[in-house]
Design a protein around this ligand. Structure first.
Ligand code: ADP
Ligand code: MG
Length: 229
């Protein structure tokens, strides 16, 4: 009986997710359909319609690719990597986005850190999500500090992202990572759900601390490489 209950809980979680996905995809699709119909019948203001169509298509693309990260956790291929290198990659990747947003990214990495065992692309995806969130939390620009430290007693690596953004109200902290929870007009509310899942798959954990108006701190703990993990 317990097994049955667990299965039905799983099913209802899945169907809730499916309902959410369907809803999220239907809105941009309805918009695309409408504008395509208008384009069919008139030749005016085409420019603007094409722009809306493209941005809605991009939105569907983002939602789908974020969901795909969730759909294949079993294909995970763990390799020995340096977190420092992964972070440097991500910083380079997001460099122009940061400059355009008037955001400075500062690093403070402890030296001689142990390696970790990870799926490189998935972990990079997490770091990208967090840096993007930090940039988006500072519409007038600011500083992001990324720290790397060793946690002595537990043999873990601690990655910390600090921003000077608008912060998250305390009563909303528990909502982070819920599918489709977003406060952004163009957000998907999937980034943190996917990130939590990836970190969990790496036997790690992610914690948020935030003060409204002051900024947000994200801690990610990851087990250091050993022959056992
Ligand atoms: P999205 O970025 O598409 O909204 P996420 O899952 O990445 O989805 O984030 C969910 C929500 O969590 C955001 O909409 C925002 O309200 C909040 N959030 C996440 N990171 C931060 C941050 N660094 N500062 C302030 N709010 C944040
Ligand atoms: Mg995000």
């Amino acid at each position: 009986a317990e097994e049955m209950i667990r299965k039905s809980e799983k099913l209802s979680a899945i169907s809730q997710l499916a309902a959410g996905i369907a809803h999220e995809i239907r809105n941009p699709l309805t918009s695309l359909k409408g504008f395509t119909q208008i384009l069919q019948s008139s030749a005016t203001e085409k420019e603007e319609y094409y722009q809306i169509m493209l941005s809605e298509l991009k939105r569907i693309e983002t939602i789908i690719s974020e969901l795909l990260m969730l759909a294949k956790p079993q294909e995970i291929q763990l390799q020995k990597k340096s977190v420092e290198e992964l972070l440097q990659h991500v910083i380079t990747l997001l460099g122009s986005k940061a400059i355009m947003a008037n955001v400075e990214i500062v690093t403070d990495f402890e030296s001689d850190l142990p390696m970790i065992r990870c799926e490189e692309n998935q972990l990079k995806q997490v770091f990208i999500n967090l840096v993007k969130n930090a940039i988006e939390a500072m519409p007038d620009g600011g500083k992001i500090t990324i720290k790397l430290n060793r946690v002595e007693n537990t043999n873990e690596i601690l990655v910390t992202f600090i921003d000077e953004g608008q912060g998250i109200p305390e009563q909303l902290l528990s909502k982070l990572g819920e599918p489709f929870y977003t406060t952004k007009e163009k957000g998907t509310g999937l980034g943190l759900m996917v990130s939590h899942r990836i970190i969990k798959n790496h036997q790690g954990r992610m914690e948020f601390k935030s003060k409204q108006g002051l900024g947000t701190i994200v801690h990610i703990f990851l087990p250091a490489f050993s022959n056992e993990n």
